[in-house]
Design a protein around this ligand. Structure first.
Ligand code: 8YV
Length: 320
């Protein structure tokens, strides 16, 4: 096979990207971030036929047009909300992603956030370290979650795995998706997301990011959950109206939030730093060694398969 020119974009951990395997197969250009594109000579840019992308900055028509030979963007991640699929279509560029292999880790993280915020695990840890336990005795009481009613917003691959885990917590499961799914008859379907929120105490956000879900979780949804409500988000910061969430948290309109994702990562709104009812993680739900290794391998195989057979293994559904 003719050696093709590819471009790796992103800061990869060593487990996520086997550079020597890439170099055995391709002529490799590499940059840490999209904004470093100017470091690559025009002549080299023009030869690039595939991009392996890790990151969350926007790839739109203007960027795609810089690569006249580009045929594939192979995304590292299940979410590809920053890659404009309509623009890719216009230029006959395929886009692949890394679904399924990360669903367990992301669902595990959703449950960790749920326990973290409800049982105030960070406060408990700090209670010990600060000497408060020895000085003042028991920490303030917190919220029971076993046996509660939870809503899953978006019952895709990850939402489904979250619901399965919640069953072990004796949870009454409600879900919203465009259509009812073939799932346990005990799971209650809602075709209206606000009604879902009115019927549950805790909400798990597992929708796709992107323009269609921007600000989807509104102030009304939060109000519907009520004072004892918890919001967990492992999808994208953009899916929640973040200003309304901050207001609800600051004014104890809900019990708390467990968040792995935010607007403007990593420079998130510093109002989050003042809160005592939020349990936060730095967008690391899929970040186990095993999963990130698998994601990196699939990202590579998608490129290889495209050049060998004309199609990546896991093409995004819009392009099928
Ligand atoms: C990212 C993610 O891949 O899969 C996704 O959609 O958000 C993550 O797993 C990770 O943040 C690297 O950019």
């Amino acid at each position: 096979m003719k050696k093709r020119a590819i471009l790796l974009i992103g800061k990869y951990a060593k487990e996520e990207c086997n550079l020597s395997v890439y170099e055995q197969n391709f002529f490799v250009n590499k940059i840490d971030e999209l904004r470093d594109l100017k470091k690559i000579k025009k002549n080299d840019l023009e030869k690039i036929e595939a991009i392996a992308f890790k990151g969350h900055s926007a790839i739109d028509l203007e960027i795609m047009k810089k690569f006249p030979s580009l045929r594939l963007i192979s995304n590292f991640g299940v979410g590809y909300d920053t890659i404009n699929i309509n623009d890719a279509k216009k230029l006959n560029i395929l886009v692949s992603f890394t679904p399924d292999i990360l669903s367990d880790d992301v669902a595990d993280m959703a449950l960790a956030l749920y326990l973290g915020v409800s049982r105030k695990l960070k406060n408990g840890y700090d209670w010990i370290k600060s000497g408060n336990w020895a000085l003042h005795g028991e920490m303030p009481l917190n919220k029971k979650i076993s046996g509660s009613k939870c809503g899953i917003l978006g019952l895709g691959r990850i939402g489904f795995e979250i619901a399965k885990r919640l069953e072990a917590f004796k949870t009454e499961i409600h879900y919203f998706s465009r259509k009812p799914k073939k799932v346990s008859s005990k799971w209650i379907y809602h075709n209206d997301p606000l009604k879902l929120c009115l019927n549950v105490e805790n909400l798990f956000v597992a929708l796709k990011g992107g323009v269609s879900t921007n600000g989807f979780v509104s102030a009304d949804f939060l109000k519907a959950l009520g004072k004892d409500g918890i919001v967990i988000n492992i999808s994208r910061g953009s899916v929640i109206d973040e200003n309304s969430l901050l207001y609800a948290l600051e004014n104890d309109k809900i019990y708390g939030a467990g968040l792995d994702v935010f607007l403007n990562e990593p420079k998130i709104n510093n109002r989050f730093f003042e809160l005592n009812n939020v349990f936060m993680q730095p967008h690391q739900a899929s970040a186990t060694i095993k999963t990130r290794k698998a994601m990196g391998e699939l990202q590579f195989q998608n490129i290889l398969n495209y050049f060998e057979n004309g199609t990546p293994l896991t093409l995004v559904p819009e392009l099928k």
